[in-house]
Ligand binder design. Sequence first.
Ligand code: CTP
Ligand code: CA
Ligand code: CA
Length: 661
Amino acid sequence: MPSSPPLHRHGAFSPLHGGGLRRSQFTYRQLSQLASSGTSNPLRVVAHVDLDGFYAQCEMVRLGLPKDKPLAVQQWQALIAVNYPAREWGIGRHCSVTEAKKLCPDLIAPHVATWREGDDKWAYRDDADANISTDKVSLDPYRLESRKILALVKDSLPAGLQRVEKAGIDEVFLDLSSQVHSILLERYPELKSPPPYDDPTERLPLPPISALDWQADALIDLDEEQETVDPDWDDVAILIGSEIVRDVRARVWNELDYTCSAGIASNKLLSKLGSAFKKPNQQTVVRNRAVGSFMSGFKITKLRNLGGKLGSQVVTTFETENVKDLFEVPLDTMKAKLGNDTGIWVHNTIRGIDNSEVNSRTQIKSMLSAKSFRPTINTPDQAVKWLRIFVADIYARLIEEGVLENKRRPRTINLHHRHGSQTRSRQGPIPQGKLLDEETLLDLAKDLLAQIISEGRVWPCSNLSLSVGGFEDGVKGNMGIDGFLVKGEEAEALRYAPGESRLASTEPDRPVKKRRVEDGGIQRFFARKPSADGNSVNGPEPSAGGETDLPSRPLGMPNLDLPVGQPSTSGFASAQAEHGLPDADLLACSRCKASFIDPDALQSHEDWHLAKDIQEAERVRPAFAERPPTPRSSSQKGQGASSKRGRGGKLEHGQSRLRFG
Ligand code: CTP
Ligand code: CA
Ligand code: CA
């Protein structure tokens, strides 16, 4: 069972040690461990920062528009981002451009940049919406802005104490614990004194303040009972966290012109709910003592990972839509009705408990570039033109990921092809040991295409998608849980069904890593099919009629239960054209940047991350000293960091060029 901080940390105070002085609930040990960002520390401070209407703001900045102008970003006839002034007119992502312009005739609706078949770079084009058959959306402009913002966020935090996790194109988690620790000691020098009797389990004195200045922060209301209790160190810690976040947001606004919203709390789950609580341009603080009342206000299906089938199952099982009512359900009942792991997870989640760590390592698992063709394409030449575009698109992202410096590189490449209802995919390893360049990737992609073509029944083709995956660090770092799992693309590329050709590999044979299979692990939690005992839920399922053309397992998910070497046939609904969904690269996983065409596939993928978190929480349970302490430094905001911008500097200035042979 994952260790879990108690929900209500602020109970009645007991007159403690020494002369009846009231003491803090927290110990000297907990305070000192704040420096090392332990994930189960009750003083922990985590923030989530999310840009408001991000793509829309990017366009506002690009076009130099005043902030009050209504703007929505157009992709073909759909809207993919809407700014807050436009939302006031009732415009949302569900609207078509025509509907939106009816609602607000002054709406500014730039079309996203596109790659164009036969052209050598992405560009903003006035006629893009009329060219769905020859254009492919490019999100490069937004990625570039995202990088700038991320660099500034990092630059705003002291170099030695920061822990920043990019959680999506427009959001980051910050574990502020060690910075907060150092500020606490500066502001309250009494905390530096050794504990009485040198006993770290002694409780701290209470903070010397009875009222905290939260400035403009949105504070989650407290239960009446909590209202009257004096602040303890967790309140002070979160207040300091909130000050840090206010400064970060001010810099993003002053230097880059973007507004964002933030949540400050004791973990990722709560901080993410907090950042969405009041938008735009606000920050919400969820104090520990407010967690119960905060969580009780949510509908079950509004919680992350409970929006899908698992959420519906919980609602049906306990006959309520409200988190509040679930507080009454004992853990044993949850486990009995939902299965052990799911039961524990739901029990914790509704109470705002989440011990997952803020992970500064890059978590990218795969990159996908795809296009559905309307009309279909009919010749190898056309297909190769699209492969060039996909490769350029992917390569630009690889540069961002540090492929040129050999920091991270993919091990496998994968091509999916659709002809009518028939889909095929071929994959192979990417030769290691020399610098990966665009030409090499293109040659590999063409090779895969040639294999598919050689089998016949290829034209007309209605969808092509190219992906790379199996990312590895050039420099070997810590192995996370992934080290115990066979990575998805890697697993597929390393194992071939009889008769499937394989690209020549120049790399030495590597032993295939053993997948960790355990009862009660991820497999059970999100098994594809209901297990015999009916416990497993919410797996990525084949869609009806097999009308899909991408792998059954979202990219980036370990191949947990696919028969070895079987070509995949379902899962991602492609068909974005039919469903009016954004182009292939528009649904990005907020955790690892894997891309999905279909929101359900993305949801399943995110569920998988969560299951992984649970498994990780179970694996690394020892509550303290999970990792070496972060080196302490007295550096102040903005002093050190200077995170280098401009790696792959050419891209910073705009476009990557395609070479047409
Ligand atoms: N996005 C998208 N398709 C989705 C979800 C998100 O294209 N299904 C894009 C949006 O255009 C958005 C960016 O990803 O600008 C970030 O998404 P999100 O944070 O969910 O929404 P925002 O548009 O930023 O709006 P908010 O202010 O609510 O965060
Ligand atoms: Ca956002
Ligand atoms: Ca977001």
